[in-house]
Design a binder for this molecule. Structure first.
Ligand SMILES: C[S@@+](CC[C@H](N)C(=O)[O-])C[C@H]1O[C@@H](n2cnc3c(N)ncnc32)[C@H](O)[C@@H]1O
Length: 294
């Protein structure tokens, strides 16, 4: 296998790169990755931005909280990236073609979008992989924020799952975190205690604005959603690729589960958040950072 511009090697360190992903994908070798998770910009037509706010308990704080404790808030930097494309499919299409190429023969692609582009994506991926390679459409349902009064409020994302070979792919049903039955009275006590395998509809909270998982990066996805994906569709030691990596959720979960990873994002703010979140890795699984602009 040829090396990549990033210097990817099958027995090399985990990689995090601040680069446009297309040239990097072109330079990665065929068949290297067991799993690719993609969470590209959704083409919302807006700039995605989030301001970081740190809350500290102090005697003089201006905000009053639980049990009368007082808090002060420090407003930090704004992380943002552009999410408006004149021709979204001329942007995403060539990247999807490369992702198909770098997937292992038994590899799996998860493409995370929402209602704006998912139907076009299904058609594009059917053409690229073949319709028989479509495995699932996962609905990630959540419930937060303002709700429209003029139509049904859109409170879910769509994750399309394609395998390169429908006769030979990884799906570790028994490794996935189980969830409580909705009607535990209808199953045996033993089944209720064990919980059920999640279906293709995943109710999962967004990243809590006050929880320890939060990095402050706009559009950060919950580790719980990535945990299911990585548990089900890869094995320990496998290589996982996320070329729209943002805050590095895929890398954080891959490391927890003993997988290796390549993360790419062109936004320097994403790189800064990933360095903070992932650090240098462990001695057994170090991380090499790479910046295309330097
Ligand atoms: C929806 S966010 C990903 C969020 C991520 N899943 C997380 O949990 O934090 C999409 C990311 O794609 C990045 N991006 C957009 N175009 C890119 C490109 N051509 N190459 C690399 N990254 C790109 C943006 O900078 C942004 O961080």
């Amino acid at each position: 296998m040829a090396g990549s511009r990033l210097g990817w090697q099958p027995d090399g360190p985990n990689l995090v790169a601040c680069c446009d992903n297309l040239p990097e994908l072109l330079a990665l070798p065929d068949g290297a990755f067991a799993l690719a998770y993609l969470d590209p910009p959704f083409n919302t037509g807006r700039t995605q931005a989030r301001q970081s706010i740190t809350t500290t308990q102090t005697a003089e704080g201006g905000r009053r909280g639980f049990k009368g404790l007082r808090y002060s808030q420090q407003v930090g930097g704004v992380s943002s990236f552009d999410d408006a494309f004149d021709d979204y499919w001329s942007f995403l299409g060539p990247r999807l073609a490369q992702l198909w190429r770098v997937l292992a023969p038994n590899g799996t692609l998860y493409l995370h979008l929402d209602y704006r582009e998912v139907h076009y994506a299904k058609v594009a991926l059917d053409q690229l992989f073949g319709r028989q390679c479509f495995l699932n459409e996962i609905i990630w349902a959540y419930d937060y924020g303002a709700k429209s009064k003029t139509r049904w409020p859109a409170k879910h994302d769509n994750i399309l799952v394609y395998v390169k070979d429908p006769a030979n792919y990884v799906f570790n049903a028994q490794a996935v975190d189980r969830e409580p039955y909705m009607a535990p009275g209808l199953v045996t006590a033993e089944q209720a205690a064990r919980g059920k395998l999640p279906t293709d509809v995943w109710w999962h909270t967004i990243v809590s604005p006050t929880g320890k998982e939060k990095t402050g990066y706009a559009t950060q996805k919950p580790e719980g959603v990535l945990r299911r994906i990585i548990q089900a569709s890869s094995n320990p030691g496998d290589w996982v690729l996320d070329c729209f990596a943002g805050s590095g959720t895929t890398g954080a979960v891959a490391a927890q589960l003993g997988r290796r990873f390549v993360l790419i994002d062109q936004n320097p703010q994403a790189m800064a958040v990933m360095k903070d979140r992932l650090g240098a890795g462990s001695s057994a699984a170090p991380i090499r950072y790479y910046d295309c602009s330097s």
